[in-house]
Ligand binder design. Structure first.
Ligand code: PLP
Length: 282
């Protein structure tokens, strides 16, 4: 499979970056992950918009225009076989002598690759997954899709070692998101998710679910969700580009609602799969 690096398409093994790259030394960079269904990008312009926001937040000029990004990503997807793919792209502040201060001038490193998008385990859809709650130990700029993911990695690993799939993060007893997902809660037939802000990533899937809920007449709120609210949930869902909507049926070892994927999850999953089918059809 070919990858894109700084203007070239080349085999993965030949794609080399300097050890002085600030992405490597400092985690000084941002990224996106975009699903591709049947050769068609899922909400590409929203992903490119979020990339622009992440770059602005770290004061790094976007090295490519939206149309240049589209061309690079299209070529990457076209050159790689297989129908469903996940495109990963990353921009770092590039190689420079190691110094915290921004280099002058900046030569950003631009990298993109496409990998097969693995279907979700059937078990997750049939039975749901387990999650654990953890303190949100991350910094206060979680709206930036930063490649510096050490806290997220440690939190996800803690979840896995506790026999769960995801850590739900609490900042001052309020839910922010998962280690690599946004979170929705259902209580009394009403769907809710925490409001956007610097403590969570504005998920493309999250926003789509709000849209689909609006169109489908499912009552939905963006509101503060507390640790206590989580214990009262009828349903809990995780959302992300690569995992879609995953029902959480155990939280901290206790059943969520009926302990099975809930009816509203079923309803939303149908709307989501219909949306995906429209993307796939172009
Ligand atoms: N929150 C975090 C911390 C993430 O890493 C992700 C995606 O991996 C999400 C939320 C979900 O975002 P999206 O729906 O755009 O994939």
């Amino acid at each position: 499979a070919l990858v894109y690096l700084n203007g070239e398409f080349l085999p993965l093994a030949q794609a080399k970056v300097s050890v002085l790259d600030r992405g490597f030394l400092f985690g000084d960079g941002v990224y996106e992950v975009i699903p591709v269904y049947g050769g068609h990008f899922f909400r590409l312009s929203l992903h490119l918009q979020r990339l622009e926001h992440s770059l602005q937040a770290i004061h790094l000029e976007n090295p490519l225009s939206p149309s240049q990004w589209r061309e690079v990503l299209q070529r990457l997807v076209a050159r790689n076989e297989g129908l469903d793919q996940a495109v990963y792209l990353q921009v770092t502040r590039g190689p420079a002598a190691r110094d915290h201060a921004f280099p002058q001038p900046v030569e950003p490193t631009v990298f993109a690759m496409s990998n097969p998008l693995k279907p979700l385990p059937t078990e997750w859809r049939l039975k749901g997954v387990a999650a654990v709650t953890r303190e949100d130990i991350r910094w206060k700029y979680c709206h930036i899709k930063s490649v510096a993911l050490l806290a997220n990695i440690l939190l996800r690993q803690e979840a896995i070692e506790a026999g769960a799939q995801e850590a739900l993060l609490l900042r001052d007893e309020q839910l922010t998101e998962g280690a690599a997902s946004n979170v929705f809660i259902v209580r009394g037939g009403v769907l809710a998710t925490p409001p956007k802000g610097p403590f969570l990533l504005s998920g493309i899937t999250r926003d789509l679910i709000l849209e689909l809920a609006g169109e489908g007449g499912i009552p939905c709120r963006e509101r503060v969700i507390t640790a206590w609210d989580l214990t009262q949930a009828d349903e809990l869902w995780l959302t992300s580009s690569t995992r879609e909507i995953v029902p959480v049926t155990r939280l901290d070892g206790i059943e969520v609602g009926s302990g099975k994927p809930g009816p509203l999850w079923g309803q939303m999953d149908i709307l989501y799969q219909e949306y995906k089918a429209r993307v796939r059809a172009g």
